[in-house]
Design a protein around this ligand. Structure first.
Ligand SMILES: [Zn+2]
Ligand SMILES: [Zn+2]
Length: 282
């Protein structure tokens, strides 16, 4: 792989619960998981059901030393971890990071709590990989790998959630899921993370019409994502965390409406890969 390539791969784009069926076949049904390749470094964001396929791909490309950062630990963001083959592989070194429960629970405790009987047949101690559990506090600037800077901030979500901004080689990608916006108000924490970003991956669970029925559920809309990106000078907007009822046809329609408002908008799909342009190619 080229040393200056900044690659984003979506392994799971569905929120709340995995879905399957012909009406979801193009956008995909796996829950939240994103891979980023910053040159030779690999970072994963969230461990939804899409993580299982990410694990097979990492193994195939011989990646054995990487980071996994959790936005938070609702099921749609963790359910793939027990099925992530690299954690059972002795040759793998994996750092797991979280900050949404800072002061309440460590990353190790958070994973221990759900990966054990009676919810799963075996405990975490069966894992043969070298697992390095890392804790941080919202607002911390992480440097997981040489040259990779990850900024953090708190999002608005029941139980807490962390938004990330990954900076590498003069480019930036923001992961803003899950979060709820206030009508006609742009969250300064989100604006800070997405300022001039090359790509913003944003929680677009609801439409504006649905939003009012779902106040307090902790999610947002593509309209609001567009407003944020325009205000912050971001280049591209990935509509993400699709509602589990949303069919391919409906997502096509939403994507079209979003593109009409903001040319850089698109609805993210399972398996989709994006390469960020270099500064001189923009
Ligand atoms: Zn979610
Ligand atoms: Zn959530």
């Amino acid at each position: 792989m080229d040393d200056d390539v900044f690659l984003i791969k979506f392994w799971g784009v569905r929120g709340s619960i995995a879905v399957s069926g012909p009406e979801f076949s193009r956008y995909g049904g796996n829950t939240i998981c994103i891979e980023m390749r910053c040159g030779k470094h690999t970072l994963l964001f969230d461990a939804g059901s899409g993580l299982r396929s990410a694990g097979r791909s990492l193994r195939a490309s011989g990646v054995t030393d990487f980071d996994l950062l959790f936005t938070h630990c609702h099921y749609d963001h963790i359910i793939g971890l027990p099925f992530f083959a690299p954690i059972y592989d002795r040759s793998v070194k994996l750092a797991l990071w979280s900050g949404h429960l800072a002061g309440r629970m460590t990353t190790r405790q958070m994973v221990d709590e759900f990966m054990r009987p009676p919810w799963f047949p075996v405990k975490l101690d069966i894992c043969k990989a070298s697992l390095d559990f890392r804790d941080f506090v919202s607002g911390d600037v992480l440097r997981p790998r040489e040259g990779v800077v990850v900024r953090t901030a708190s999002l608005t979500h029941p139980g807490g959630c962390i938004g990330y901004r990954v900076e590498w080689d003069g480019r930036a990608v923001a992961v803003i899921t899950d979060t709820e916006h206030q009508p006609d108000k742009l969250d300064p924490a989100v604006l800070g993370l997405i300022k001039d970003a090359d790509l913003v991956i944003y929680d677009c669970t609801y439409t504006e019409e649905e939003m009012e029925r779902h106040r307090g559920d902790g999610h947002s809309t593509w309209d609001h994502g567009v407003k944020l990106c325009e205000a912050a000078g971001a280049r591209r907007l990935a509509l993400f965390h699709h509602d589990p009822t949303r069919t391919d046809e409906q997502l096509d329609e939403i994507e079209k409406l979003a593109k009409d408002r903001f040319a850089g908008a698109f609805a993210a799909r399972d398996g989709q890969t994006l390469k960020l342009p270099l500064h001189n190619e923009r």
